[in-house]
Design a protein around this ligand. Structure first.
Ligand code: NAD
Length: 396
């Protein structure tokens, strides 16, 4: 199958090397930023391919082409993978849409919240003849080593959830991705569960709020520990946000019997499943964060300022996790009329730091809602619209 990778960052380098290394795969790269296309082209011309260092060894794959012109790389692709930050999904989907073949599978890793709304809207007419899918998370922690030439995988997940639309195509897409990515890709029930189950939307904005909402503007001499900086108070906030998502899950399950949301897990349960033995002391949520070896030493994103460091509120913990994840969940809560006072408190603080307005007067009607994935942004004004057959229970 011809594979298109959209993006030129850490995830795209890793995918390009891993997939092109497999026999019989024709891999092409679409880079909407021309300068990146030029750097990929010179890397491929000089080195011939992308080297990926894995914990268990090294692979080397030769993509066929890299281009900023979608007409050169999109036609004929059976699988299009968006390996991009969520804020780039919409633009890139609009650029590739006219060149997508009927029957192509188009998906994002990770999808973040509301990817199905975004893709349906951005693909326009093409959405009628392609399948859309999303993965709950990127399967790897990975970094570029040398741009256009090499990347390194620091760690890999054993299993990742997938949702697709039409849902009937999820099993086929998951089976093919399991084979290509070399891990278990599990076909989940629906995109709504992907939107609600993302724990980054709780953990990242919640800890940022907890660490910095009382910040008085004085420079820090060093970046505070992020996950290990979770205090009992911050853990209570994270628990309260998680409880609100669980209330939303239960309200949806009672209003829409048959809607499968069992992958939307409480935060503590998710931590245990994701990190298990890495957590030395699971006796409380606070201890589970602080004693998690996988989180050890990771620090809050900061930027240099005169006299030291200041929190970097433009980093993705707010700029991606709030508009493209937490607001999608908050938007669903508004449709179901489930109150979310703690999530609202974090969004209200975050939007001030980002210089944006999403929530206004307690509703998602701020002037910047159009740069978010809240369902309201796509004209969805009722639970019935949200659950419309083609969105969550597409017929087999
Ligand atoms: P990255 O920062 O390396 O990706 C940046 C790339 O995105 C750029 O090189 C460019 O090709 C593209 N891009 C950026 N802005 C764009 C725009 N406006 N228009 C078009 N393209 C644009 O990100 P990554 O590390 O590859 O991660 C991709 C996604 O996976 C992100 O959502 C990230 O949060 C998530 N993620 C990454 C890791 C990791 O270890 N790298 C782990 C978990 C999740």
């Amino acid at each position: 199958m011809d594979i298109l990778i959209c993006g030129g960052g850490n995830a795209a380098h890793t995918l390009a090397g891993l997939l092109a290394a497999q026999a019989g795969q024709a891999v092409r790269i679409f880079l909407s930023l021309p300068e990146e296309a030029r750097r990929w082209q010179s890397g491929l011309a000089e080195q011939g391919g992308i080297r990926v260092r894995l914990p268990e060894g090294e692979v080397y794959g030769r993509p066929q082409a890299a281009s900023a012109d979608p007409a050169e790389v999109v036609p004929g692709a059976g699988l299009a993978l968006l390996a991009l930050p969520a804020f780039a999904h919409e633009d890139v989907l609009r650029q590739i849409a006219p060149y997508l073949s009927a029957g192509a599978w188009v998906g994002a890793l990770p999808a973040r919240g509301g990817f199905d709304f975004c893709a349906h809207d951005a693909l326009g007419l093409s959405a009628r003849h392609v399948s859309i899918f999303g993965l709950q998370t990127l399967p790897w922690a990975c970094r570029i080593e040398e741009y256009g030439r090499s990347a390194r995988v620091l760690g890999a997940k054993a299993e990742v959830d997938l949702a697709a639309r039409p849902a009937a195509h999820a099993a086929d897409i998951a089976a093919e991705l399991s084979r290509l990515l070399g891990l278990r890709v599990t076909p989940g029930a629906n995109f709504l569960s992907l939107t609600l189950a993302g724990t980054g939307q709780i953990i990242h904005p919640g800890i940022q709020y907890g660490l910095f909402h009382h910040w008085d503007g004085s420079p820090y001499s060093e970046a505070p520990l992020f996950y290990q900086g979770v205090t009992p108070e911050i853990a209570s906030l994270l628990q309260a946000m998680s409880d609100e998502v669980q209330s939303l899950r239960h309200a949806l399950e009672s209003r829409a019997p048959g809607l499968e949301l069992e992958t939307v897990r409480p935060l503590g349960e998710w931590l245990q499943r994701a990190y298990g033995d890495d957590i030395a002391d699971p006796s409380s949520l606070e201890r589970a964060f602080v004693s998690n070896r996988a989180y050890a030493g990771l620090r809050a994103p900061m930027r240099p300022v005169p006299g030291g460091l200041a929190p970097d509120f433009q980093a993705r913990y707010l700029s991606e996790d709030v508009p493209y994840a937490l607001l999608a969940t908050r938007g669903v809560a508004e449709l179901v009329q489930v109150p979310t006072p703690w999530i609202d408190r974090v969004i209200s603080w975050a939007q001030q730091q980002l210089g944006r307005e999403y929530l206004s007067g307690g509703r998602l009607q701020g002037k910047d809602l159009s740069a978010s994935r809240a369902p309201q942004r796509y004209g969805c004004r009722s639970l019935e619209t949200l659950l419309a057959a083609d969105r969550y229970t597409y017929p087999a």
